[in-house]
Structures are given as structure tokens and as C-alpha cells.
Design a binder for this molecule. Structure first.
Ligand code: ZN
Length: 112
């Protein structure tokens, strides 16, 4: 951490900014929240779009991918169900569809 950024941090604190437990994704310097609510990095000297943390955004991306694949499968099974005329196959596809919808519902609730 450079001397300049330490000085800048002191200035920020004097201005009433609050040091956050999160660090800048680019340089690792602790982030500061200004009194107007903006979050800035004193080192990069620019506003940082405040996210809850990398782990959370990764989980969110993972959740979206999961939901997307369930939706695709649901579409596929639905198409096959519409074309099916064998009762056994219809039963099987309906079962699969229900399971997929349940899975999608669960994925939706992840991290909610
Ligand atoms: Zn930074």
C-alpha cells in the first residue's frame, strides 16, 4: 500500500467516509463509503460499483446458468410431450417435466 493511498484514506475518514470490510477488486485496497453513499477506492481513485462480494456474484451467475439449462430442458420435454401419443411415454415425459419444474423452482429459491 503506497504512502499516497494511506494519506488519501486518512482524508476520507476525516470527511466522514466509512472504511468497508470489502476491498477493491482491482488493487485490494479497502473500499470507503462516502457520506453520499458512493463507494470509492482511494488507490484507484474512482467509484467502485459496490457488489456484495465475488462469491455472491459467482453464485448468482451459477444460479442463472442452472435456471437457463432447466428452462431449455423443460422446453425440450414439453415439445416431445406435445408430439407423444404413447401413454407410457406421456407418463414418463410428464414425470420428467414435473421434476424439471421442481428443480427450476428450487434453483429459483437458491440464495433468495
Ligand atoms: Zn482500487
Amino acid at each position: 500500500m503506497s504512502e499516497g493511498s494511506v494519506k488519501k484514506m486518512g482524508e476520507l475518514l476525516r470527511q466522514g467516509a466509512r472504511m468497508l470490510s470489502d476491498t477493491c477488486p482491482e488493487c485490494g485496497t479497502p473500499l470507503f463509503q462516502l457520506r453520499n453513499g458512493d463507494t470509492i477506492c482511494p488507490m484507484c481513485n474512482k467509484p467502485v460499483k459496490y457488489v456484495k462480494g465475488d462469491a455472491d456474484s459467482q453464485a448468482e451467475a451459477h444460479k442463472e446458468r442452472l435456471e437457463e439449462s432447466f428452462r431449455k430442458k423443460i422446453d425440450e420435454v414439453q415439445t416431445r410431450l406435445e408430439e407423444a401419443d404413447d401413454p407410457a411415454l406421456i407418463g414418463e415425459l410428464t414425470d420428467t417435466l414435473m421434476k424439471l419444474m421442481e428443480a427450476l423452482d428450487r434453483a429459483n429459491k437458491l440464495g433468495a
